[in-house]
Design a protein around this ligand. Structure first.
Ligand code: NAP
Length: 533
């Protein structure tokens, strides 16, 4: 039977009063509270709280400085405080494995405190190994590495597991999503026989905090609000529940994500999680940051392919990995759609039932859907249209490939001429020097440069007098949604199409590829606009 992974909120300060913080945390969904006495620094307040009856279990922690805590005093004072507060009834006491191994006195005193505890939570009732005679159910022995996720991760967990702790905890600084996967592997390996907490720190470790529930950890940590973190990378309880679908996660939840570097500010997690929730799909979508080199992406994708237990079923791919993904698929003998091959870039990875991957480019489909939202261009209206495209980067490559396939006569204008020439050659269309962009005669104008993107929101990629009434002006920039180019175009009675339309279109196509059904377009657009407002 699967156990329940508890949502734990760490308390790290005493203002507002601890009791108010506990009440707020429980209202927000906390099932466990960690009292970080080393950070709170009001021992009387912690003691008073512990002595009162409480609705959820408490973990007592006085974390030493050498494992990332704020304890400034000596080791004997720390032990004295642990003893004083430990007698007041916390359900768990968390001590570093290193300190436990170092000090016979600490072992004796903490073991005595733990022996006084009853079974700490209902979670324990079906846990086979809690019967082990020499085990202290209330004891959490922990190891923290703020520098890295070490290659010898398995040995670190072996040492933790050989201890008499009822629960073992390993927390590591992650370099990227591959480290998060390695931490999750240790959780999965041990969770059937022991209570385990295994987390990766930093923004890049978010997957471990969310997937703790899928892989049956004892708990995950989430803060009541920003600034209350007891370790880097903890989400807020609202983010965990409202964006990352905590309440809906289970052992069969399929995993999706966005890989790139950086991906922290990607809108895609909100978008895809909201769309899956609206459709009742058992899935979660996470940031899966992978460092910029091809080798980093290849290592991550190789690991995800070999470790099917991760249930990684689909991925968005963003800068700088779109071309790397195409290369990896080719090198490993996976498949690539014709469009992705022509773009030379993959923005979507789909995993087949046989475990193989297929690369797609939904930026192209998104751009077409966006343009076809203009009535005159729907139902074959794009065919034969003269189209001027500004830019020759990744977005331009996808947009031009789609337009050429639809029979448009495309002319590319790009600041750096060799890039324009190469794109025109690859996709068999025309190009003109950047200086001539205002003289183009296309009925459609597409901006695929980053000009006009935040923060430089007043910039225009082309002089405003190029914007004649009736011209279709499509700006792929989506931050902001209403760019200066679109404002000028609207004022001159052009038909305008914004980058949000394309972003939503490419996400809708990803959704269809992964889940075999359409996402409600209004859910997608409203989510994007809601996040950006
Ligand atoms: P990219 O590969 O880095 O290409 C950037 C393009 O912008 C290049 O053509 C570059 O010209 C040009 N550029 C940059 N600064 C310029 C300047 N000051 N003056 C003139 N040209 C300039 O980036 P990308 O992936 O193609 O992204 C381009 C834009 O498309 C971004 O704003 C991005 O947000 C947007 N986009 C939107 C979606 C969507 O779904 N709506 C999807 C993908 C991308 P050079 O070659 O001369 O450097």
């Amino acid at each position: 039977m699967s156990k329940r992974t508890l949502l734990a909120v760490p308390l790290t300060r005493c203002d507002p009063p601890l009791e108010e913080q506990v009440a707020a945390a429980v209202r927000a969904g906390a099932e466990l509270i960690e009292l970080r006495a080393d950070c709170i620094r009001d021992d009387d307040a912690v003691e008073a709280l512990l002595r009162r009856p409480h609705a959820v279990p408490f973990i007592l922690t006085v974390r030493s400085a050498n494992e990332g805590g704020s304890w400034a005093g000596g080791e004997s004072e720390r032990l004295a405080l642990l003893q004083r507060l430990g007698q007041c009834g916390p359900e768990y006491i968390d001590v570093e494995l290193a300190a436990w191994q170092r000090s016979a006195e600490l072992r004796r005193k903490v073991a005595t405190l733990c022996e006084r505890r009853d079974e700490p939570t209902e979670r324990r009732s079906d846990h086979e190994s809690s019967a082990a005679a020499d085990r202290h159910d209330a004891l959490i022995l922990s190891h923290h590495d703020f520098g890295r996720t070490p290659p010898e991760l398995r040995e670190v967990f072996d040492r933790l597991e050989a201890s008499p702790a009822g629960a073992i905890k390993g927390v590591f600084a992650a370099a990227d999503a591959l480290d998060s996967c390695r931490v999750l592997a240790e959780l999965r390996r041990r969770a059937g026989r022991r209570e385990v907490i295994a987390l990766a720190m930093g923004e890049v470790g978010l997957a471990t905090r969310v997937l703790a529930k899928k892989f049956d950890a004892l708990l995950t940590f989430a803060t009541l609000e920003r600034g209350g973190e007891s370790a880097p990378g903890q989400p807020t309880i609202v983010e965990l529940r409202e964006i990352y679908r905590w309440d809906a996660l289970g052992p069969r939840t399929r995993v999706f994500g966005v890989t790139g570097w950086p991906v922290t500010h990607s809108l895609s997690p909100r978008l895809h999680n909201a769309a899956m929730a609206a459709e009742g799909i058992d899935g979660v979508y996470l940031p899966l940051p992978v460092r910029p080199a091809y080798e980093d992406l290849a290592a991550f994708l190789d690991y995800a392919s070999e470790n099917e237990w991760l249930d990684l079923a689909g991925m968005s791919v963003t800068l700088p990995h779109k071309q790397h993904a195409a290369r990896w698929l080719t090198q490993r003998g996976h498949s690539l759609s014709e469009l992705a091959r022509r773009c030379g870039a993959v923005n979507t990875l789909v995993r087949g039932p046989d475990g193989g991957w297929r690369g797609e480019n939904t930026d192209a489909a998104g751009a077409l859907r966006a343009l076809e939202s203009v009535a005159a261009l729907s139902d074959g209206g794009l065919d034969g249209q003269k189209t001027d495209v500004l830019g020759a980067g990744g977005a331009a490559r996808a947009v031009v490939a789609a337009l050429v396939e639809r029979g448009c006569q495309v002319t590319i204008y790009n600041r750096s001429e060799p890039r324009a020439r190469r794109l025109a050659q690859d996709l068999r269309c025309g190009w003109e020097p950047w200086d001539r962009r205002a003289t183009g005669s296309g009925e459609i104008l597409v901006n695929c440069t980053s000009v006009g993107m935040a923060p430089d929101v007043d910039a225009l990629p082309v002089a405003a007098d190029r914007l004649r009434a009736g011209l279709v002006v499509f700006d792929t920039v989506y931050r902001p949604a209403e760019t200066q180019l679109l404002r000028e175009a609207r004022a001159r009675r052009c038909h305008v199409v914004d980058g949000v339309e394309m972003f939503v279109g490419q996400a809708a196509e990803q959704f269809r590829l992964w889940h075999g059904r359409a996402a409600a377009p209004e859910t997608l657009r409203e989510t994007v606009l809601g996040v950006m407002s």
